[in-house]
Write a protein that binds this ligand. Structure first.
Ligand code: ZN
Ligand code: ZN
Ligand code: FE
Length: 764
């Protein structure tokens, strides 16, 4: 055996609050090493003494066998002479908590699941089982350091058996802060539709019985309440849709395992892996040909959002085989934040839910389910929230703390500390006072957890955005002397994409979305920019489309169809298309009149508006119930069309300023002619998307040649369209350009706060 030596390791990454120290302890003891392990501000410090070969094994284990929630980024080793240390110990933390990371919520681990299903285990069937590898985190942490006293578990004192596990370094529950059992932890109760307690020996069994007979229940989970019903019960699903006032937006479903999901959706290997990650996002999947869930779950949609159980309570509800799919949608009346407190849920949801399955573990921070998809071969976040928040994203820039408030739709904010960005939970559309209050609370809470006082508050340039007002408000509350930093919407989109590739430019940015305020006071959204940190220039855009009726046009795409026909000098075709719209002809004439003498109409170069117009021309979505619905209808219609359809013609004009302007009028005329001669809308949609792909790819290649830049960053909500993302990437790659796209944060406005933060840091 080799002579003893000693080594001090410093492990950096996500290594605190994830069971890393007990893992090191168990490994070191098993390897017969002496020494200690402790948390330090920088990470976890390990001192190990023993034979060199054993220390090497420990070092290898740090990389290969770390607990599931850990993310080891680096291991520094310094070798020292042996000091005659005996035994191995977990010692007290040293230094401040100012650099520790706040863990995210984690789905029930296999070990806990096995215990829950073992009739001999003391936690048999216990719906709040957890350990250091799994369970609630962010949603129940009141403050840092992450310690039971600072969580909503503080009110439950551990029984002797739980305490023994909690204090035993060899136990999987050593310092598992939410540790609990049926004797000492949270419990379930069932309330009726008015909030009165239902006397039942087993509330869970009674809840399952009610779901079986068609009830809609509000079920308290990790980050808030879900509205739940049997996904194969069309009556219950339709009732839920009516009560929730959620016209066209699809509901997500939860199934016990991937096989059960395969009964109604196509699941590729990478999608199955994504479903099973410990963050357990909702994954957008193609509906199977034989889709046998209630049609009302995702009407007129080629996709369905599905997820696997992530809380032990979900496993219990799904375990007896009564359901292979449950609707699980965030319990919030129309446009309001997800409900999180028991009383609040009863108050807000009575009249919607027939009953409430609640528990007595409080939720500190609401957190909706995350949504992800595999697009163009990679995982893409569509909504980044539970399971991911508040895990950090490494940025290309370092600097003082920044609070970035995001945009008004799909809002998520961002707080930075050093070179790390912490995106907040999905807040949603800042449409009403309740959402704004939640936004404020969540932003202040995250600043508190991270122990930062912002040195600047970044926001969208839009003067009328609610988020812009909230930026001022939060600045006054948190850091009155800090400057406000306005950031142009599409500039922020591109920087958000660059951030996860740890770059700041110079690059060409392709920012395609619905709406963003431009530096000239008009609405942009079909942009090719040159972005270099805090600076950007506009190189190309889409010919602006007048919006008859202003904001109303977003939810009434038929108005845009009229507008685009008028723009293409085809007023005479309006009458031929009007039978496709459920609108009476005087209104159509009035809108055409607006277009004709509409010098003062607001204009938008948003690509989303072009999709809306085409959607209405095709008769797919003349009236929308949410932003983006019409564009989604175009994408879904085109899916049926195989192969590579031919693009329609288009033109590019050059403004005196040098700005290139994509003119879609030739396409509009060709597409209208196709539709009027009976070409199926699906084919027209496919050719339309091919046109957008070819036109933007060729304009971007022109800008690359003109600027000498060879990297193109793709961002904006339009890149959630599979065809656009894959098609544009393929063409740019074929032209020898480097293409950067987003994976870690959404390409839509849900990721924009990250770009705002980077812009503010670059400006410092
Ligand atoms: Zn566990
Ligand atoms: Zn206990
Ligand atoms: Fe946007």
């Amino acid at each position: 055996m080799s002579a003893p030596t000693r080594c001090v390791f410093l492990v950096r990454g996500i290594v605190q609050g994830v069971g890393f120290r007990p893992f090191v302890y168990r490994t070191a003891v098993a390897l017969d090493l002496a020494g200690s392990v402790r948390n330090e501000p920088e990470g976890v410090a390990i001192e190990a003494e023993g034979p060199r070969a054993q220390i090497d094994l420990l070092q290898r284990a740090l990389w290969t066998s770390a607990p599931p929630m850990a993310r080891v980024e680096s291991v520094d080793a310094s070798w020292l002479p042996p000091a005659g240390i005996r035994g191995f110990a977990i010692t007290a933390s040293r230094g401040s908590t100012s650099t520790t990371l706040v863990p995210a919520d984690v789905a029930t681990c296999p070990s806990c699941l096995a215990e829950m299903c073992d009739s001999g285990d003391r936690r048999y069937g216990y719906p709040f089982i957890n350990c250091t590898d799994c369970g609630p985190r962010y949603t129940l942490i009141r403050g840092m350091p992450y310690d039971r006293a600072m969580t909503t578990m503080a009110t439950f004192s551990q029984c002797p058996s739980c305490l023994a596990e909690y204090t035993d370094p060899m136990s999987r529950r050593f310092h598992a802060e939410p540790n609990a059992c049926p004797a000492c932890g949270p419990g379930l109760s069932l309330l009726d539709g008015f909030g009165a307690l239902v006397e039942a020996p087993d509330p869970l069994a009674e809840a399952v019985r009610r779901l079986r007979s068609g009830a809609i229940l509000a079920v308290k989970g990790l980050g808030g309440f879900h509205l739940v019903c049997n996904a194969r019960d069309a009556t219950a699903v339709d009732r839920m849709r009516r009560l929730k006032q959620r016209d066209g937006k699809p509901f997500a479903v939860m199934s016990p395992d991937v096989d059960a999901i395969r009964a109604f959706a196509c699941v590729a290997m990478d999608e199955a892996d994504l479903l099973a990650t410990p963050a357990r996002p909702i994954v957008l999947l193609r509906k199977a040909d034989l889709f046998d869930l209630a049609e009302g779950i995702a009407p007129n949609n080629a996709f369905i959002g599905a997820m696997l159980p992530y809380a032990p309570l979900h496993h219990r509800i799904l375990s007896d085989g009564a359901f292979t799919a449950l609707v699980m949608t965030s319990a919030n009346p129309h446009d309001e934040p997800i409900a999180s407190g028991n009383d609040e849920a009863v108050r807000r949801l009575s009249g919607i839910a027939d009953g409430f399955l609640v528990h007595d573990r409080d939720i500190v921070t609401r957190c909706d389910d995350s949504v992800a998809a595999v697009l163009a071969g990679r995982t893409r976040m569509i909504r980044r929230s539970r399971g991911y928040v508040p895990l950090p994203i490494s940025m290309p820039v370092d600097g003082p703390p920044i609070l970035a408030v995001g945009a008004d739709l799909k809002n998520a904010f961002c707080v930075t500390r050093g070179g790390l960005a912490f995106m907040g939970p999905h807040v949603g559309d800042l449409a009403n006072a309740a959402t704004a209050v939640w936004f404020e609370e969540a932003a202040m809470h995250l600043c508190g957890l991270l122990n930062v006082r912002p040195a600047a508050v970044a926001h969208d340039m839009h003067p009328d955005y609610m988020s812009t007002r909230l930026a001022t408000l939060l600045r006054d509350l948190l850091c009155p002397d800090a400057p406000l930093v306005p950031v142009q919407h599409h500039h922020a989109h591109v920087l958000s994409c660059l951030a996860e590739h740890r770059r700041t430019g110079p690059v060409i940015g392709l920012a395609l979305d619905g709406t963003g305020y431009g530096t000239d006071g008009t609405i942009w959204g079909g942009e090719i920019l040159m972005v270099d940190g805090a600076n950007f220039g506009r190189h190309a855009t889409l010919r602006p489309l007048p919006l008859p009726g202003g904001d109303m046009a977003t939810l009434e795409p038929w108005r845009l169809a009229v507008s685009i026909l008028h723009q293409a000098d085809a007023d005479n075709l309006v009458a031929a298309f009007s039978p496709r719209w459920p609108v009476d002809s005087p209104r159509i004439d009035a809108v055409l009149g607006l277009c004709r003498n509409g010098r003062d109409l607001p204009r938008s170069s948003g690509l989303g508006r072009l999709f809306d117009a085409v959607s209405a021309l095709c008769g797919l979505c003349p009236l929308a119930s949410f932003d983006g619905q019409a564009a989604m209808a175009v994408e879904h219609a085109a899916i049926e069309v195989p192969g590579q359809p031919d693009p329609y013609p288009w033109e590019v004009d050059r403004a005196p300023t040098g700005l290139s302007i994509l003119d879609p009028r030739p396409m509009v005329l060709a597409l209208a002619a196709d539709l009027l001669t009976g070409t199926p809308p699906s084919v027209v949609c496919a050719r339309f998307q091919a046109t957008v792909v070819c036109a933007y790819a060729s304009m971007a290649i022109d800008v690359a040649v003109a600027t000498g830049l060879s990297t193109i960053a793709l961002s904006g909500g339009a890149f959630q369209n599979r065809h656009l993302l894959a098609g544009i990437s393929r063409r740019l790659l074929a032209a020898g350009l480097d293409v950067l796209s987003q994976s870690l944060v959404p390409a839509n406005d849900g990721g924009i706060a990250l770009g705002q933060a980077v812009a503010a840091l670059c400006r410092q």
